[in-house]
Design a protein around this ligand. Structure first.
Ligand SMILES: [Zn+2]
Length: 94
């Protein structure tokens, strides 16, 4: 699931990718060979859609929108999606 380095096949760590995500897609260096990877443009779009989409969808279904439903969806969905994103994001050699 987690992306591997194209050069040495070393798997990136969840922590590494997660950190990159929170630092505005900071490039990742392979833990073994040090090759630099940048996030793919499409992954970046996907991440934004995945983070905002479900919250938007949830608040539309929970009509009339209650503040509690919105806060709940943000509190539940946001961490879950953030946990899963490092498995979904793809990087390419910089
Ligand atoms: Zn490597």
């Amino acid at each position: 699931m987690m992306q591997r380095c194209e050069i040495c096949q070393t798997s990136f760590t969840w922590k590494q990718v997660s950190k990159s995500l929170w630092l505005a897609y900071k490039p990742i260096a392979c833990p073994a060979c040090g090759k630099l990877y940048k996030v793919q443009f499409l992954s970046r779009i996907l991440a934004s859609v995945l983070l905002v989409g479900p919250i938007f969808a949830f608040s539309s279904f929970a009509y009339p929108i209650s503040t509690y439903a919105l806060i709940f969806s943000v509190l539940v969905l946001f961490p879950v999606i953030s946990l899963l994103l490092p498995y979904i994001l793809r990087y390419r050699l910089a």
